[in-house]
Design a protein around this ligand. Structure first.
Ligand SMILES: [Zn+2]
Length: 187
């Protein structure tokens, strides 16, 4: 299992908020965020929505600190998250798979989400560095991403924010993809 893959949960959650729109404005939004995460299913209540929004703010602060070069600040915040949401690993075997790790099968959905996310981000940072965490510099954009460029030069969440609508993307079919589909807020 690639622990760092859980870090994508952070991107998914933080990018639910955009200047004119908030995907977590109601329970339906939270359901859709969790829809493709079978280990994060279950009944949800309004207090879960509040907790997820709080977690979103904490994760955003980690990315913001990293983006301004405050590595200690980013790591301190993440370490705090790790303390508050410890993972409870268990080995499991099912559906023809070999033994593999499961995390936090019980507890509230925000707790499970937070534990996986914190662990994923920690693994990501440990293996690739704090400076992989980016915050879009686009006007009014608060989206976050992982910078996978060789020289850590990514500044924007999408070509749209970079002000390069299609020319660059058209140069190569393998032009850098954004980590999350560009779901534009305002038209
Ligand atoms: Zn952006």
């Amino acid at each position: 299992m690639n622990l760092a893959s859980y870090a994508d949960l952070a991107i998914d959650l933080v990018n639910t908020r955009r200047p004119q729109e908030d995907d977590l404005s109601d329970l339906e939004g939270l359901r859709s965020l969790l829809a493709h995460r079978p280990h994060l299913g279950g009944r949800i209540a309004h207090r879960d929505l509040d907790a997820m929004r709080e977690l979103r703010a904490q994760l955003h602060a980690i990315f913001a600190a990293a983006a301004r070069g405050d590595e200690e600040g980013a790591v301190d915040r993440l370490n705090t998250l790790l303390i508050h949401h410890p993972v409870h690993p268990q080995l499991a075997r099912h559906d023809g798979q070999g033994w593999h790790l499961h995390f936090n099968e019980s507890g509230s959905i925000p707790d499970r989400y937070a534990a996986r996310t914190a662990m994923g981000l920690a693994a990501k940072i440990a293996s690739q560095g704090v400076d992989r965490l980016g915050l879009c510099r686009g006007e009014d954009c608060e989206r976050v991403f992982f910078d996978t460029t060789a020289n850590r030069s990514r500044r924007y969440c999408s070509d749209r924010c970079a002000g390069r609508p299609s020319v660059t993307a058209a140069c190569s079919p393998s032009a850098p993809r954004v980590s999350a589909p560009a779901r534009d807020g305002g038209q």
